[in-house]
Design a protein around this ligand. Structure first.
Ligand SMILES: *Cc1c(COP(=O)(O)O)cnc(C)c1O
Length: 358
């Protein structure tokens, strides 16, 4: 039986997409699986082109941006971004809203940059985003990096920070969840495994005028300019991930595109936050203006009941609700593939559990 999987990632994928992949797993084209064909053959080249065209269409990616299909995860990009955009010693700005921002900051420092953290939400315990306009960017900074959605803290920006320098954003856990204006960004990057496909594929969307400045020591496979010139096929790309991304994007389109995804995700999140806020038994620490539509952490009033809560949830087919090991409690990740029925089943379970144990 398929469960409602609330994992933060790798996460639930749409059943229709998995069924399509299953139906063509052993005979995709020419009597072979997509995993068994050459990445340079015409079938796979067409498959990758279709995935890219679909992604461009749903996200509205302008012509002046390159879309790269890479590996190494979003974490890899924490170091790869500085290699591609900066020389050692240059200044970059960061907004720190939690654990993923902190890791991205460490990557820029490792690569010899002078990091200016122009806003840091430590004072709230990383339960807020900075007020728009409350931070000043550093003149001459090479980029402003931020994390639109902090997957662990459940903190999401409800607005777009502005800076003169290119905006670089880690969209791993919010890409495809609602419409965005790509033209406002210099670089958007994301691991695929939250909302776009299986792990192993990393998507980088980069404005073309930012290419051509990689450090000379940058390994070729990590060099965006080289990868862009080679259609992300300098070496063997993550072929199965690209294929599945293509199917996911078609699924998003068939279900109304990002406007429909956004409306559905907002309704799912609102229902869950309302259930938490309306109970004495559960709580969520995040400021209402910064609450994530994708990752909803919550605490039980009595942590001694955590084990019973999780065991009962598993029994009810609601899995992977355990909070991140660093924060404890619970976390429900409700990406695009989580249907409203899954969120309702969780709310019903939470209500019954509170009634029995409150
Ligand atoms: C999951 C996640 C990452 C790490 O992704 P990997 O692909 O495992 O490197 C980085 N940033 C955010 C915001 C994430 O949610």
């Amino acid at each position: 039986m398929r469960v409602f999987n609330f994992s933060a990632g790798p996460a639930m994928l749409p059943l229709e997409v998995l069924a399509t992949a299953q139906s063509e797993l052993t005979d995709w084209r020419s009597g072979m699986s997509v995993m068994e064909v050459s990445h340079r053959g015409k079938d796979f080249v067409a498959c990758a082109a279709r995935a890219e065209a679909g992604l461009r269409e749903v996200l509205g990616i302008p012509e002046s941006y390159k879309v790269l299909f890479l590996t190494g995860g979003a974490s890899g990009q924490f170091d790869i971004i500085p290699m591609n955009l900066t020389a050692p010693g240059e200044v970059v700005d960061f907004i720190n809203t939690g654990q993923w921002s902190t890791k991205a900051i460490a990557g820029s420092k490792r690569q010899g940059l002078a990091v200016n953290v122009i806003a840091d939400e430590a004072a709230s315990g990383y339960t807020t985003t900075p007020a728009p306009g409350s931070f000043a960017v550093t003149p001459g900074a090479k980029y402003l990096h931020y994390t639109p959605n902090e997957t662990i803290g459940g903190v999401e920006f409800g607005y777009l920070p502005t800076a003169e320098a290119p905006l670089v954003a880690d969209f791993s856990s919010t890409i495809l969840s609602r419409p965005i204006d790509v033209s406002q960004f210099g670089v958007i990057y994301a691991g695929a495994q939250k909302n776009m496909g299986p792990s192993g594929l990393t998507v980088v969307i980069v404005r073309e005028d930012l290419l051509g400045q990689a450090r000379p020591t940058t390994p070729e496979v990590l060099n965006w300019t080289v990868q862009a010139k080679n259609d992300s096929m300098l070496n063997t790309p993550p072929t199965f991930g690209i294929y599945l991304l293509g199917l996911i994007v078609e699924w998003v389109q068939a279900n109304g595109g990002l406007a429909a995804m956004g409306a559905r995700n907002q309704a799912k999140a609102q229902a869950l936050y309302a259930a938490i806020d309306n109970s004495e038994f559960y709580s969520n620490p995040v400021a209402p203006s910064a609450r994530s539509w994708m990752n909803v952490p919550f605490l039980l009033a009595n942590p001694e009941l955590d084990g019973a809560f999780l065991a009962g949830a598993n029994q009810a087919g609601l899995t992977n609700l355990e909070g991140h090991r660093s924060v404890g409690g619970m976390r429900a990740s409700i990406y695009n593939a989580m249907p409203i029925e899954g969120v309702q089943a969780l709310i019903d379970y939470m209500t019954a559990f509170a009634a029995e144990n409150g």
